[in-house]
Design a protein around this ligand. Structure first.
Ligand code: NAD
Length: 417
C-alpha cells in the first residue's frame, strides 16, 4: 500500500516492526496492524469570503477497531497528507490500548492554512468536511476530537452538522466540545495536565536529585501553554518557549501567567518582556533539564539529537523524535516519555467525556482530574516497570504494552469471516 508511504508513516511502521520482532508477534496479526483498516480521502469545496470556490483535500483514517470504536483528532494544517494522518491514526491505536481505553485509533485532517482563513471559512470547511466523512463517523463508530488548529468551537460545528443530518442531538459523536453542548469539565487542559503530571512523576521516580528543574517547551498552543502553566505551578522553571513565529529565552525563567496573558492579546510569544528572542531550533538544544516538544513531528532527528542537553524529554507532540534520534538519545542516557503515553491525557478525558455523554450524567472537574491522574500514573508505572524488567527503552516498552493488548484481542476475536 504505497499510497501511505511518507517519512512519518514509515517511521510509525518501523516502530511497529521493531516491536513485533522483539515480541515475536504472530505474522498474520503483525501484517494486519501494519496498515490502516480504512482510509477516506475527500474533496472539501467551500465558498471563500471573496466569493470564490476553493477545494481542499480532507482525510479520515481508521487504523484499527479491535478494542472498540475508533478515536482520534482532526487537524487543520498545510502539511496534512495521507501518510501523516495514517501514522497518527496508528499511534492512536497504541495510545488507547496502552491507557486501557476501549477504542482503536483514527485521525483526520484537512490540508489548509487555517491561520489565513476567517472564522466563517473555517466553519464552512469543518461543516463540509464533516458532511463528507459522515458515513464513517458516529458515537459507536469513530469519534473525532480536536488537534492542531482545531478547537472546541470546531467540535461544536461538527456535532451540530452530524446532529442535523441524523435529526436529533448527538453529543457523543465528538469529544473536546464546549461544556454547554455536552463537553467535559477538564477536557481543555487535559493533555497539558497529563504532560506536566508525568514530568514530575518521572522526576520523582528517577531520583536525579534536581532541586530546581528547568524546562524548555516547543509550541505554545493547547498542549504547550497548559504544560507550561502546570510545570510552573509545580515549581519547574520554564526558561524557553516557542511558537511558529519564533522562540524566547530567559535562563532565570519566564513569567508564565503573564506570558499567557500576552499571548491572548498578541497571538504570539514573540516580543514578550524579559526574554531574549532565539532561533526556534536553538530552543531544543538549550541547557535545561526537561525538554517538551509540543508542536509538530520530526523535530528531533539525527541532525540535532547529539546536541540535546536535556536529560528528560516529554513528548507533548506526536512523533517529535525520529527512530535515528531515539538511538542517539538512548546512548546519551536521555529518559524519554513517549508521546503515546505523555500526551494521552487528551484522549483519556475524551473517553470520560464520551462516557458522560452516553450516560447523560456529568462529573465534577475534580473527579475528572483525579481519574485522569490515576490512569496516566498507572500506565507510566507499567511502562517504567516493563522497561526495567525487559531492559528496553521506554518507547519500546510503551509500544509492547499497546501493541500487545491489541494483538491479544485480535487473536481472541480471530479473523472474519
Ligand atoms: P495547537 O494548534 O493548539 O498549537 C500548536 C502550537 O505549535 C502553536 O503554538 C504553533 O504556533 C506551534 N507551532 C507550529 N509549528 C511550529 C514549529 N514548526 N515550531 C515551533 N512551534 C510551532 O496544537 P496542540 O493541540 O497544542 O497540539 C500540539 C501537538 O500536540 C500536536 O503534535 C498534536 O498532535 C499533539 N497533541 C495534541 C493533543 C490535544 O489534546 N490538543 C493531544 C495529544 C497530542
Amino acid at each position: 500500500m504505497q499510497e501511505y508511504h511518507n517519512e512519518t508513516f514509515l517511521m510509525a511502521q518501523q516502530q511497529l516492526d521493531e516491536v513485533a520482532e522483539l515480541m515475536n508477534l504472530e505474522t498474520g496479526i503483525h501484517e494486519r496492524l501494519r496498515y490502516p483498516r480504512k482510509a477516506l480521502l475527500v474533496s472539501v469545496p467551500i465558498k471563500l469570503d471573496n466569493g470564490q470556490t476553493r477545494v481542499f483535500s480532507g482525510y479520515r483514517v481508521q487504523h484499527d477497531q479491535t478494542l472498540g470504536p475508533t478515536k482520534g483528532g482532526i487537524r487543520f494544517h498545510h502539511e496534512v497528507n495521507l501518510g501523516e494522518v495514517a501514522a497518527l491514526a496508528m499511534w492512536m491505536t497504541w495510545k488507547c490500548s496502552l491507557l486501557n481505553l476501549p477504542y482503536g485509533g483514527a485521525k483526520g485532517g484537512v490540508c489548509c492554512f487555517p491561520e489565513e482563513m476567517s472564522v466563517g471559512e473555517q466553519e464552512r470547511l469543518a461543516r463540509r468536511y464533516t458532511t463528507e466523512i459522515l458515513s464513517i463517523i458516529g458515537p459507536e463508530k469513530d469519534i473525532p476530537a480536536p488537534d492542531m488548529y482545531t478547537n472546541e468551537r470546531t467540535m461544536a460545528w461538527i456535532m451540530d452538522t452530524y446532529s442535523n443530518f441524523v435529526g436529533y442531538a448527538v453529543p457523543g459523536v465528538v469529544t473536546g466540545k464546549p461544556v454547554n453542548v455536552g463537553g467535559s469539565l477538564g477536557r481543555g487542559e487535559a493533555t497539558g495536565r497529563g504532560v506536566s503530571y508525568l514530568t514530575t512523576r518521572a522526576l520523582e521516580k528517577l531520583q536525579w536529585g534536581i532541586e530546581h528543574p528547568t524546562a524548555a517547551i516547543q509550541g505554545f498552543g493547547n498542549v504547550g501553554s497548559v504544560t507550561a502553566k502546570y510545570l510552573d505551578q509545580q515549581g519547574v522553571t520554564v526558561c524557553a518557549v516557542s511558537d511558529v513565529h519564533g522562540a524566547i529565552y530567559n535562563p532565570k525563567g519566564l513569567d508564565i501567567p503573564n506570558l499567557m496573558k500576552y499571548v491572548k492579546d498578541n497571538g504570539t510569544i514573540v516580543g514578550f518582556d524579559g526574554s531574549e528572542k532565539i532561533d526556534g531550533s536553538q530552543l531544543l538544544e538549550l541547557p535545561v533539564d526537561i525538554l517538551v516538544p509540543a508542536a509538530v513531528a520530526n523535530v528531533i532527528t539525527e541532525k540535532n539529537a547529539d546536541k540535546i542537553q536535556a536529560k528528560l524529554i516529554v513528548e507533548g507532540a506526536n512523533g517529535p523524535c525520529t527512530p535515528e534520534a531515539d538511538r542517539i538519545l538512548l546512548k546519551k542516557d536521555v529518559f524519554i516519555i513517549p508521546g503515546i503515553l505523555a500526551n494521552a491525557g487528551g484522549v483519556v478525558v475524551s473517553y470520560f467525556e464520551w462516557v458522560q455523554d452516553i450516560q447523560h450524567l456529568f462529573w465534577k472537574e475534580e473527579e475528572v482530574t483525579e481519574k485522569l491522574y490515576y490512569l496516566m500514573g498507572r500506565s507510566f508505572d507499567e511502562v517504567y516497570h516493563l522497561s526495567q524488567t525487559k531492559g528496553v527503552d521506554t518507547r519500546t516498552a510503551a509500544m509492547m504494552i499497546g501493541v500487545g493488548r491489541v494483538a491479544a484481542a485480535k487473536s481472541l476475536r480471530g479473523l472474519y469471516p
